[in-house]
Design a protein around this ligand. Structure first.
Ligand code: ADP
Length: 274
């Protein structure tokens, strides 16, 4: 038998044990309800975010049709349609990634990977956008480090940080991606000289769909999901992500991951963290 006290969000389960003994289990249902509310919120946000590019593509398709006689207008509308299509693709990819990551509490079988490779691939992903703004992305720090995890997820996380650094930087500035070992961890920092983040917003930027300046995002092209993906990757890897920022001067995001072949204080090899 199951008896619910809705006003206190508590479930009492009463299970008979033997002939007379009764075991009562009290479970706090508040957390369950919160998780459900967050899930509903996410679905509502996703639907809202999908409607914008889908609606734009529909309108642009009509516009192309109407402008059939004007090749210049057709070209302009088609270009915008491609951009909206790309926005839609990235959004759908990120929503899928996020729901996949949310199902994982902890990574099943982490493997060692080269941090240099991860950084190289992540920088390549933003190369076109960086070049278009005249931004140089440089790498530095310790070479030859290895971390434990899922290479695809770690690359996606670092690539998101690099993409943000490029997206929120002024033209002709520099983005630095630097790596260093810290005992049993490796820290990858992405340093930009961009717009920075107001201190009152810092705690919120890792929330799904949160943007410091929603009006701006249509021109910058982000989805608002990048940092929540980074946070989830850090969590499933037993790592961490942190940010340091000064508004108008720039931001530094640091992703910390468990090091494969951890070293002791005197450089001796130690088993990697479980
Ligand atoms: P988006 O796709 O909008 O970039 P993110 O989840 O990656 O979404 O980031 C959330 C918000 O945090 C961004 O909209 C932006 O306001 C802020 N932000 C993220 N990275 C940076 C950065 N390097 N510099 C300044 N602001 C940033």
């Amino acid at each position: 038998p199951r008896d619910q006290a809705p006003d206190r969000h508590v479930t009492v389960r009463v299970a008979p044990l033997g002939s007379r003994l009764v075991l009562a289990l009290v479970e706090d249902r508040t957390r369950e309800r919160r998780v459900e509310a967050v899930r509903r919120d996410f679905v509502a946000n996703v639907s809202h975010e999908l409607k914008t590019p889908v609606g734009a593509i529909r309108l642009l398709a009509d516009a192309v049709w109407e402008a059939a006689e004007d090749p210049e207008a057709v070209r302009r509308f088609s270009e915008r349609m491609v951009l909206e299509g790309e926005r839609l693709t990235v959004l759908v990819q990120q929503v899928i990634e996020l729901s996949r990551l949310q199902g994982d509490e902890r990574l099943d079988s982490p493997l060692p990977m080269s941090v240099d490779d991860v950084v190289g691939l992540s920088v390549d992903t933003s190369a076109i956008d960086a070049a278009a703004k005249g931004i140089s992305v440089v790498t530095g720090g310790e070479r030859g480090l290895k971390v434990l995890g899922n290479e695809e997820q770690v690359t996606m996380a670092v690539a998101n940080l690099v993409a943000n650094a490029v997206r929120y930087s002024d033209p002709d500035s520099t983005v630095l991606v630097t790596t260093r070992a810290e005992d049993s961890y490796v820290a990858v920092s992405v340093v930009d000289q961009g717009i920075g983040i107001p201190s009152v917003e810092i705690d919120r930027i890792f929330e799904r769909f949160y943007r410091v300046d929603p009006a701006r995002h249509r021109s910058t092209g982000g989805t608002g999901l990048g940092l929540s993906i980074v946070k989830h990757v850090a969590a499933t890897h037993g790592g961490d992500v942190s940010v340091w920022s000064v508004e108008g001067q720039g931001s530094t995001f640091t992703l910390t991951l468990p090091r494969a072949e951890a070293r002791g204080p005197h450089g001796e090899a130690r088993p990697a963290p479980a």
